[in-house]
Design a protein around this ligand. Structure first.
Ligand code: KIV
Ligand code: ZN
Length: 513
């Protein structure tokens, strides 16, 4: 059984320290609930002493969010410790996390304390927290720029005072993985009582090494990693939760360690954090970036269609995505093109597929990415002589301020003339309801857009609709100076396409490629 690493999420505390990321207490509560669904072990939900709103958010989260331990940050000061306790005391599982620097740079220039004074203060504040609660975490801030012997002395003293977790912060993102691994080993070998406590790490990303440093520490025996969703946090951010978690999951054997995170909730959590904080996720961000499971190279697309493991080290579903994405462009081959058509619900004959692929390649030479709409247009042009099952013959619509909009339509349906009248919320709705009843469609109208294609009072209007049926979406277009007629034409165009594609067989495709 691999060791289970405790995931301490600090999105709501260190993450909130990202410029512009401050959150209301409602937002923090909503995110805390999602973090609980993600199954993080500890939520550091704020710094109770820092503001009334942080205090309230902590209190609400402590009382309302079930599952994880709820933690408040507190400086090594009596007022901070007391306030942290007040905020979290309603939680079934709660922790106080107190900190004071150990580096001479901080002690001399910022805190104006001697080493002895800082050690004494750290011990006293751990003892004060212990008076309230059993679960006490201590962080020697700027640990990675501290004199190791002094660091060991402070850690030994706070363990004796009752600290249950020792968190080693790389506060300024200075250390590298080899050094950090050695530091964790040094702590294991030189701190008395270390066997009875959890070693935690808290890495910042100033040199882009936060995740690598965290994993190096796990390899040396760290039992807790502090991290944030999307890696947000002070300056360049913290170690990204999703990278640490998937790093351990994918290389479980290497680390002989894993986490209890429900990884399928990762994407949802990432999007929620991005939306709430207004901090976008870069497209090439590992695990949660828009391109993390997107494949552009034809060679990769071909391999992937044969077997997912050829170019993916984890399944997109494992982080909550539906599937990988094939980016259609000049590097895509016939195999990927055919697959894309299938995804879009199109089944073409040998000749149609051959011709469509040639057109696709020509377009891809001119365009960076070929979108579904482009492929739809190619397909439509390839089959512009498609037989129409439904032809509009006459259309009359009555509408006004004091009447129910009513449409009467005459249509040729598979060679027979038929007529029907129906009503709707507006003239277009009346027309669409009448057509739908006549063709007996079960499709859903998913989009409707009108644009003027010429100017002036007699402007030609173009209507574009999308309808969806059994997982297949088709687009229909219609133009006229009368917008109601343009709407009817667009809808019927889409209905005719749907009827056409439904008549095609998959075998047509398979024999081609
Ligand atoms: O980066 C840091 O040192 C911190 C401490 C408060 C743990 O965030
Ligand atoms: Zn930090």
């Amino acid at each position: 059984m691999p060791r289970l690493i405790t995931i301490f999420d600090t999105t709501l505390r260190d993450g909130e320290q990202s410029p512009g990321a401050s959150m209301t207490s409602d937002e923090k509560l909503m995110l805390a609930r999602q973090l609980a669904r993600l199954n993080v072990d500890v939520i550091e939900a704020g710094f109770a002493f820092s503001s009334q709103s942080d205090f309230e958010a902590l209190q609400r989260i402590a009382e309302e969010v079930e599952g994880p331990t709820i933690c408040s940050l507190a400086r090594a000061k009596p007022g901070d410790i007391d306030r942290a306790w007040e905020a979290i005391k309603g939680a079934p599982k709660r922790r106080i996390h107190t900190f004071l620097s150990t580096s001479d740079i901080h002690l001399k220039h910022q805190f104006r304390l001697t080493r002895d004074e800082a050690l004494k203060q750290s011990v006293e504040m751990v003892q004060r927290a212990k008076g309230y609660i059993d679960d006490v975490e201590f962080s020697p801030m700027d640990a990675t720029r501290s004199d190791p012997q002094y660091l060991y002395d402070v850690l030994t003293a706070v363990v004796e005072a009752g600290a249950t977790t020792l968190n080693i912060p790389d506060t300024v993102g200075y250390i590298n993985p080899q050094e950090f691994g050695a530091l964790i080993r040094g702590i294991r070998e030189n701190v008395d009582g270390i066997a009875g406590v959890v070693i935690s790490v808290h890495c910042h990303n100033d040199l882009g090494l936060a995740v690598a440093n965290s994993l190096a520490a796990v390899a040396e025996g760290a039992g807790q990693v502090e991290c944030t969703i999307n890696g947000i946090g002070e300056r360049a951010g913290n170690a990204s939760l999703e990278e640490v978690v998937m790093g351990l999951r994918v290389r479980r054997q290497l680390y002989d360690a894993d986490t209890a995170i429900v990884t399928e909730e990762i994407m949802k959590t990432s999007r929620l954090v991005s939306k709430t904080t207004g901090l976008p996720v870069q497209p090439n961000k590992a695990i949660v970036g828009a391109n993390a499971f997107a494949h552009t190279s034809g060679i990769h697309q071909d391999g992937l269609l044969k077997d997912g493991t050829t170019y993916e080290i984890m399944r997109p579903q494992s982080v909550g995505l539906l599937q990988s994405q094939m980016v259609m462009g000049k590097l895509s081959g016939r195999h990927a093109f055919r697959n894309q058509l299938e995804v879009m619900g199109y089944r073409l004959s040998d000749d149609e597929l051959y011709a469509a692929f040639q057109r696709f390649k020509r377009l891809a030479e001119q365009k960076k990415e070929v979108f579904e709409e482009d492929i739809e247009a190619i397909i439509s042009e390839e089959v512009q002589n498609m037989p129409c099952s439904y032809t509009l013959k006459h259309l009359r619509v009555e509408s006004g301020t004091d009447m129910t909009p009513t449409a009467t339509i005459e249509m040729e349906i598979n060679g027979t003339l038929q007529k029907h009248t129906d009503t709707g919320d507006g003239p277009v709705d009346a027309v669409y309801r009448t057509i739908a009843a006549m063709v007996k469609t079960t499709s859903t109208l998913t989009s409707y857009a009108v644009k003027a294609i010429t100017g002036g009072m007699d402007a030609q209007g173009e209507v574009t609709v999308k309808i969806e049926s059994e997982g297949r979406t088709v687009t229909g277009n219609g133009a006229s100076t009368d917008i109601i007629i343009a709407s009817a034409r667009a809808y019927l165009n889409a209905i005719n396409k749907l009827a056409y594609w439904k008549g095609k067989t998959l075998h047509d495709l398979e024999s081609t490629v």
